[in-house]
Design a protein around this ligand. Structure first.
Ligand SMILES: *[C@@H]1O[C@H](CO)[C@@H](O)[C@H](O)[C@H]1NC(C)=O
Length: 443
């Protein structure tokens, strides 16, 4: 990167004839695109740079590229490992391909510490929706990106990730469509759909045990979104697969999906989750204490089973979780006229009446947390942001301007809780009181 910058400056100095400027501009824009991909900035940023290339904006671009190249150390890329040995166990993605994960090895004092994080990406609830994702990255390892950006709680530098930087950090790719809970033996030859998420979960853990996790001193099961739900549903299961001497805890980021009603008072997510559980044969891995009391579909909701979890667990969630607002509170089927469209994309665009409904959703969310209890082994970081997943990106995990709750970053709250330096159970004041939020704006 630095080298390219020097070359760029070189061209500029050697005479500012047209060709060199075009070449430099091209480089500059390319780097912007490259950098914004790495940094996951929006495409608009690169286009803006493209515009600035006309006239004297070159130097602005140069300075920005320089600054951005300094910022790139906030994240780095890690390659994909295919778990080919899992195929013989029938632990496969929707299309029958091998599961896969990204792993960055632990080092120094962290060699025997393991963070096993499961990726999210919604769910498929029936043959139609599972077929729709069978041949994309959420249903097939053949389509997964070959590298993944590690940042936030995956970072390997103490400055960005003080408590887990030297751990073995694994991000498991999502490719089963049911939060790694499915286990159906039969494969319909017409669709070739495999519902085997629970087998993937087990195969991944067994593989990691063989790679050294059997000697783990510390281990944490984590995940975000549908992967956060994996962490909740599989928490005790994970504990039981690890040696009794290992200190095991679970962390669910944006995984506390509530059985909420829609803006028109209908049940939408309840039927959807019931379909997911039925299609994927998930009942077997759900909490028996829950399934003995209610239908398996309801036991897919954390609020109905979280009280039975025995392993220490930490929930990070926005009370106005943007995925839940978009898909549980105001899904398209409940908003035929699209009056919620703008508000769902950007919370600042919500009308006072819509904000009232959002406050109602927060109340429902907090009520659903009742069974979580306040045992010191349980952590709770419920902020009032419009967001979804706050651990895997630097800006919300730990940075100068990261979200705070009780003056504490997510990184510190989780670190203190994991290492028993302190407890953390906090619920933010209602929106828009929290000025530290990074509210999501969707295109
Ligand atoms: C499958 O689920 C989708 C929602 O994901 C729904 O729109 C569709 O009607 C369902 N199809 C069948 C055949 O039940």
């Amino acid at each position: 990167m630095t080298l390219s910058l020097i070359i760029g400056i070189g061209i500029k100095r050697n005479g500012s004839h047209y060709k060199a400027v075009v070449k430099f501009s091209f480089c500059c824009v390319s780097y912007f695109i490259l950098l914004s991909t790495i940094l996951k900035l929006e495409c608009r940023q690169s286009l803006r740079c493209g515009c600035m290339m006309r006239g004297g904006g070159r130097w602005i671009c140069l300075i920005l590229v320089g600054l951005l190249s300094l910022l790139t150390i906030e994240a780095y890329e890690v390659g994909l490992t295919f778990l080919n040995s899992a195929v013989a166990k029938g632990a496969v993605c929707l299309d029958g391909s091998a599961p896969a994960y990204h792993m960055d090895k632990g080092f120094g004092a962290g060699v025997n510490n393991w963070l096993v994080f499961f990726e999210g990406g919604g769910w498929c609830n029936n043959v139609t929706s599972c077929l729709a994702r069978r041949d994309d990255r959420l249903g097939s390892s053949k389509k997964m990106l070959k590298t993944e950006t590690f940042s936030g709680m995956f970072h390997n530098k103490p400055k960005y990730n003080p408590d887990f930087y030297d751990w073995n950090r694994i991000k498991v790719r999502y490719c089963d469509g049911a939060s790694f809970t499915g286990d159906v033996e039969a494969v319909d030859p017409k669709t070739n759909l495999h519902y085997r998420g629970a087998r993937i979960f087990r195969a991944v853990i067994e593989d990691l045990l063989a790679k050294g996790m059997k000697n783990a001193k510390n281990a944490m099961l984590a995940g975000c979104s549908a992967g956060g739900l994996t962490s909740i549903l599989h928490c005790d299961n994970f504990r039981s697969l690890l040696p009794a001497t290992t200190k095991v805890k679970c962390l669910a980021d944006a995984g506390f999906f509530i059985n909420g009603k829609t803006i028109i008072g209908t049940n939408h997510i309840e039927g959807f989750f019931a379909d997911v559980v039925k299609t994927h044969g998930s009942a077997k891995v759900l909490s028996p204490a829950c399934t003995s009391k209610m239908s398996p579909g309801l036991c897919f909701f954390p609020q109905n089973m979280v009280q039975y979890i025995r392993t220490p667990i930490f929930l990070i969630n926005a009370a106005y979780d943007s995925w839940q607002i978009k898909n549980i509170l105001a899904p398209g089927v409940a908003d035929r006229k699209g009056t919620w469209r703008e508000c769902k994309l950007d919370i600042t665009k919500c009308s006072p009446a819509q904000l009232n409904v959002l406050q109602g959703f927060r109340q429902e969310f907090l009520h659903a947390l009742t069974g979580f209890g306040n045992s010191p082994s349980r952590g709770l970081f419920i902020n009032s942001c419009y967001s979804h997943c706050q651990t895997g990106i630097q800006e919300t995990w730990l940075r100068d301007d990261s979200p705070l709750l009780g003056q504490t970053t997510i990184a510190k709250a989780v670190g203190d809780w994991y290492y028993d330096r302190g407890t953390f159970q906090k619920i933010d004041c209602p929106y828009p009181c929290d000025k530290t939020c990074h509210n999501r704006v969707f295109d």
